[in-house]
Design a protein around this ligand. Sequence first.
Ligand code: NAP
Length: 293
Amino acid sequence: MTDIIVIGGGPAGLTAAMYALRGGKSVMLFEKEAYGGQISKSANVENYPSVKSVSGFEFSMNLYNQAKAFGCEFRKERVTRVEDGEIKRVITSKDEYECKAVIFAVGATPRKSGLENEEELIGRGLSYCAHCDGNFFRKKDVAVIGGGSTALQDALYLSEICNRVYLVHRRNEFRGESTLAERVRAKENVEIIYDSTLEKAEGKPVLKSITVKNKVTLEERQLDVSGLFLAIGQEPATKEFSDILPLDEYGYVSCDEGCKIKEGIYVCGDCRRKALRQLTTAVADGSVAGSEA
Ligand code: NAP
């Protein structure tokens, strides 16, 4: 019997574990892939307060070692099911475990564009996070793909930093908030390219240009950009726990201010419904969930 089981070893989960351990509880943490989650793949983190610059990998390892030093027990297993009750049962690909509280920190993954060289270009011009990587493209030309609130917010954010921003959307009306769309339309250095899809991204080892195709006229246009921001949605890793988690229409988990869903069930990090998904907000959530649990 463990006091608290944390599902997910990203910044939110590792911070939740640390807070719970410091509160005198025993903690077991399950991670199916890499500790640190999405941030472990970021070349550079420059927006974590008081840390000028650190690689995502180093940040992740530091956090992992910190949780370990406090006594966290780690398991490299995939959790497939959680059963609620006074005693919670956590079922993994290998075994079954019992605990008094469960913290879901399962994260979300950015939707991929399907470009042939997508993986190759990550960190070499292609990014899924304007707030994390925008500053690397100061005074340069960049493109944002998507038509939701994230794409609109990204275009606004980048328009303050970059020389020119192309916002490429596959339809001729935005899915995102109309007030954001109005603000984007008013920006002189943002060009909106409607009805267009991303066909290819070129450049080796770093991105040099993208080609977009208008679905109506079938015309192709090459845009010389050094940054490509994909804002085509995220997929929270919550589907397999939909029996226990209250999900919104996008699959994000709703909770109260204390990151609580119900007695003994908590949620933190990117899988939670919230306004800003960042390293800072993930660790903030983790500390709340860890201490509340
Ligand atoms: P989203 O609302 O799902 O929008 C994704 C956008 O990407 C859509 O415009 C979609 O086009 C497009 N798209 C999807 N797959 C694509 C593909 N393969 N190729 C090209 N385009 C593709 O995602 P989101 O913008 O990340 O927002 C997620 C949630 O967070 C929403 O609830 C949103 O309101 C919320 N949010 C709120 C704020 C805020 O300030 N209030 C800020 C950010 C996010 P279609 O429109 O054609 O489907």
